[in-house]
Design a protein around this ligand. Structure first.
Ligand code: ADP
Ligand code: MG
Length: 261
């Protein structure tokens, strides 16, 4: 693996990012000054209690929501400078998003759900799409379920469809919001193993949120959120924390994390 030194261009850069939601006449702060740099190929877990800002953070990185202040740079693009149309293009080109509630289209079967982002991109032939979708169905162990609709699949199977859909465009960044929260521990473990494998084999950058300690132990880097702030960043080596409680420049640990996974 190439040495991702301090000179490597980060794939995600957040600088002094804040986000507030307006509730009636009050502003609810969800993120309060986030500085975070993620290098390509890192496996980062965002951990924190419910309400700490995990979903908000992922939504900003995923370009499905806009920061109130600060800089959000994704794959070298300053998202504040992009039009709605350019943001959509960036999402389609660089990002795969696995939502907590899966967000599958109920009238489409597993194959069609996975194919959908490729249709939106509009760059592939039908044969190319079939080849890619079938390979992914195989990869997530759902080859036999290609023509089942979401309501004919278990929670774990739906989650696998959502993962395959997020991966089908071969995005550089995959975001997952509590991907194992609705799964039993064996299924959750298998899902994390699958992500880890893709991370190692293809160098895909994974960022996901969880409050499950078992999931956290698989992280290359663990970012702890409390009340909309980063309370600590830990670099893990396999399952062993090697730098517990590190608060320093997070980008300095990128190389370690990228090599650890
Ligand atoms: P987490 O995913 O860690 O549970 P969230 O990012 O969902 O945290 O929420 C962070 C804070 O922002 C919470 O206080 C939550 O109530 C608030 N919040 C999130 N989404 C909205 C929204 N759409 N409108 C108002 N407040 C929100
Ligand atoms: Mg959440």
């Amino acid at each position: 693996m190439p040495n991702t030194s301090a000179t490597a261009a980060p794939i995600v850069r957040l600088q002094q990012v804040t986000k507030s939601y307006r509730l009636g006449t009050v502003d609810v702060p969800a993120l309060r000054g986030i500085d975070l740099t993620i290098q390509p190929g890192e496996f980062t877990v965002i951990a924190g209690p419910s309400g700490s800002g995990k979903t908000t953070l992922l939504n900003l990185v995923g370009c499905v929501d806009i920061a109130s202040a600060g800089v959000v740079e994704i794959a070298g693009e300053d998202t504040a400078k992009l039009s709605e149309r350019e943001l959509t293009q960036l999402r389609l080109r660089a990002l795969g998003f696995i939502f907590q509630s899966f967000n599958l289209v109920s009238v489409l079967d597993a194959f069609q759900n996975i194919e959908f982002p490729l249709l939106l991109q509009g760059k592939s032939t039908r044969a190319e799409r079939a080849q890619r979708v079938n390979a992914l169905l195989e990869r997530v162990g759902l080859a036999r379920f290609a023509h089942h609709r979401p309501n004919e699949l278990s929670g774990g199977q739906r989650q696998r469809v959502a993962i395959a859909r997020a991966l089908v465009t071969q995005p550089r960044i995959v975001l997952a919001d509590e991907p194992t929260a609705n799964l039993d521990s064996a299924t959750g473990g298998a899902i994390i193993d699958l992500m880890k494998e893709l991370n190692t084999q293809q160098g895909t950058t994974f960022i996901f949120s969880t409050h499950d300690p078992k999931v956290m132990s698989h992280a290359g880097r663990l970012v702890e959120l409390v009340d909309g702030k980063i309370a600590g960043i830990r670099v893990l080596h396999g399952d062993l924390p090697i730098d517990p409680g590190a608060h320093g420049d997070p980008s300095a640990h990128g190389a370690v994390a990228a090599q650890a996974v």
